[in-house]
Each structure stands twice: as structure tokens, then as C-alpha cells.
Design a protein around this ligand. Sequence first.
Ligand code: 4AD
Ligand code: MG
Length: 462
Amino acid sequence: QNILVKDLYKKEFADGDQITVSGWIRTIRGSKRVGFIELNDGSFFKNVQVVITSDMENYAEVVKFPISTTIKVVGELALTPKAQQPFEIHATEVIEEGASDADYPLQKKAHSYEFMRTIAHLRPRTNTFYSVFRIRSLASFAIHEYLQKNDFVYVHTPIITSSDAEGAGEMFQVTTLDMNNVPKTDDGKIDYNEDFFRKETNLTVSGQLEVEPFALAFRNVYTFGPTFRAENSHTGRHASEFWMIEPELAFADLQDEMNCSEELLKYVINYVMDHAKEELDFLNENVDNTLIDRLKATAGETFAHVSYTDAIDILEKATDVEFEVKPYWGLDLDSEHERYLSEQVYKKPVFITDYPKDFKAFYMRANDDGKTVAAADLLVPEIGELIGGSQREERLEKLEKRMSELDMNEDDYKWYLELRKYGGTVHSGFGIGFERLIMYITGMENIRDVIAYPRTPGNAEF
Ligand code: 4AD
Ligand code: MG
């Protein structure tokens, strides 16, 4: 009977059942007569212990198998209720399915995360990365489940686009032009008419502009896909390619948008706590021993709210901290400010609302004070900014005015403006940085360790 290790742990088996499992050797040790293999078959976080003895014809060969050899084990299940693992397999036969060289880089000793990044193709075979990537998969599913249950329609927005949603100019250009012989127009500019799309294009920094039109047809929508930023940030929280969840809600203001994001986060955290118990226990023990307490707290508490103006006031008056960058009204919050607010002041996730319009995107709705916009960033302990959201400017004249202040080419966004012309409505949305969410849920401190193959400045290996 071919079985999965997951089922060994979750289904009823009897002492003496004949079973076959296939997997990879995680550890192996043995003497002349008896040996022990910790076998992982990928189906479950935990290993199964395989006992081998010299009764086996090829025992001498098997006991020397290097770590990570792929084997098939035929044997008998032995229930061992008093031992650490409730059962083991007494092998009658071990067949090598895929040999492993003795220089397999993941030997027993602990390796640094830096080293692991150089073997991104092998690191999912470790407990830490197995846990991270399984949780990443579960979180992704939970996000879809929550949104679908709440009638959000999933829209697949384009990766290649000609708009710059965030206006930060941090875009990777997409071109088929010959860089050694760039065609120029008469006035010396690059002639994009010669390029593949006959216009300047880039990898998307956000699917928001393209998902908004669907909110005005389906009411509640979302996009969830890869986004790209050519931002030269060398931190543990920035990647050049990352995934973003961007829900957009029609007939919803800033408060509705914040409520939705809070509920969604709690749903995902609860889902992962329900479905990845072994992984979370492992991470809590080995990566961050405050993890489970923090997740339980987040799932159970009401997030804090404070306006940017009040937050600056708090930061300016803070006496228990020496900031590298002095905060003042008009300055975008630095990560040290964000962490101070969420970790020292509120000690839980906190929405900062109504930021100065000067460092926020053009589409955010102007507040009556003329200085701030209806924006809300969610800051969380350990990470800083996890979510960026806002109410969108639905008033055509105000939006046009803001775009011209920012020197944007109205022709390029004609379609976006038309949403305000043909039946516009109050609407709002937000973007969750998926990797930052996974950092929050796993306790991992570097974004490079929650993406399968991280892309950061100077690094696009694999
Ligand atoms: O705050 P941002 O730039 O907001 C937007 O892109 C909006 N269009 C979202 C919306 O309202 N639909 O990005 C949203 C989130 C950030 O809060 C952060 O978590 C994450 O995306 N993020 C990054 N994550 C990793 N690496 C980067 N370089 C990131 N830049 C933003
Ligand atoms: Mg932001």
C-alpha cells in the first residue's frame, strides 16, 4: 500500500500494516546492525522514522546513503505510542530512486540565510523554508477564499502596461529596441513608434488603475499578481518583484476600505493558524518566539487608528527614542517612525490616515483641508508598512486639477478619467504587500527569504 506521510499522521493505521513510502533522506545514522533514517516525503512537515537492520540484503549500502537520496521504503508499520514519534517503519526493503552526491550542501549543521539564498533551488527542503513556502501557499488560498466568499471578482490586470499608477517613476521598461542603435525622432527623443507596442511600456508597479474600472462594473473586485519596482532600496523589506493583493470597492469610503482590509488580514491569519500548526510551531521555536502570540493577538484585537498629523505630533514629542531622521509635518514616515508607532506606541497594527498629498499618489481623494488626502497605510510591528490604501478621487475636476499640478499627460489617462464621467461613485481600495504579509505570518525578517527566487538590486539569480 503506497501512502503519504501526511496520512500516517492523520489517518488510522494498525500495528503491522504493510506500507510503502517514497521520499528524501533528511538524516541517516547507523551502526553495523541497525540504522535510522528520518524520511520526508513532502506531503507533511514532519518526517517518518525508518528503521533499517542488517537483515536487509543491501543494508551495508543503504546505511551509507548520503542525505537527500531519494528512496522507496517497503516495510511494516510499528506503533510506538511511548516514543517521540507515535510510529515508525520497520523496513524490509529500501530501494534507491535517485542518488545524491555526498557533497549535498545542506548537511546537518545550521546554515545562514545568506548562504541559503545562494541555493534557492534546494532551500525548500529545509524545515524553515518548507514552512515558509507552505504558509505562503495557504495564505494565498485564504486571500482568494475570503474575497470570493465576499463576492469579490478576481480580475487579471496586465503585467505589461503603459501607465505609472504610483507616479514614482520606478519602472522597468519593456522594449525590443536595439540598445546599440536606438531609433530617434527628429527632436532627438527615443522613437517608441519603432518599438514593439508602438509606445513606451513598462512592467506594472500596481494593478490598481486597471482594476478600478471593474469595480465600477462588479462593485467589489481584486487583482492579485506580481508587481515590479525598479526602486534602488537595499533593505530587508523591498524587492524588485513582489506580489500584491489589490481589492477595490465601489460605494465604499476610507473607513469601509480599512474595515475590509482588517477583516481580510484576520481571516488569513486564522486560516494559517488552523492549517499550518506544525509549521507555525516550528517557526515559533526556531525563528521568532513571539510569533504565535503575535498572530493570536492580531487576530483578536481591533486595530488602532491615528491621523498622520496626530502621529507626527506623537513622534515629535517622543522622549524615549532618538530618531535618525527627525520627524516633522510634511515628511513621509521613515521606517524607524513606522516601527516606533506600531511597536512602542500602539503595540499592534495601526492605520495612519490622511497623509499630506505631496508624497501620495495622484488618484487619492483630496480632503477638505486642501493639504491632506484620504489615504490609510497600515503599519504592523516588525514590518512597518504592510498595506497602502485610499479613497479614490471620484470628482472629475479635482482629479484633472491634481494631474495637471503633477504634470501628468491627461491623454495617457483619458480612460481613467472617463470612469468619473460615466457613472462614477465613491470608491476605495488598498494594496497588501504579499511578501510583507508572509514575513509577518512567519516571523522571517528578510523579504528575500519569503519569495521563492528573490529579485533585488544586483540580484536576479535562478
Ligand atoms: O503603498 P503602495 O505603493 O500602494 C499601491 O501600489 C496602491 N496602488 C495600492 C492600492 O491602493 N491598490 O504598495 C502597497 C503595498 C505596500 O504597503 C507594501 O506592503 C508593498 O505593497 N510594497 C512592497 N513590497 C515589497 N517590495 C517593495 N518594493 C514594495 N513596495 C510596496
Ligand atoms: Mg505605500
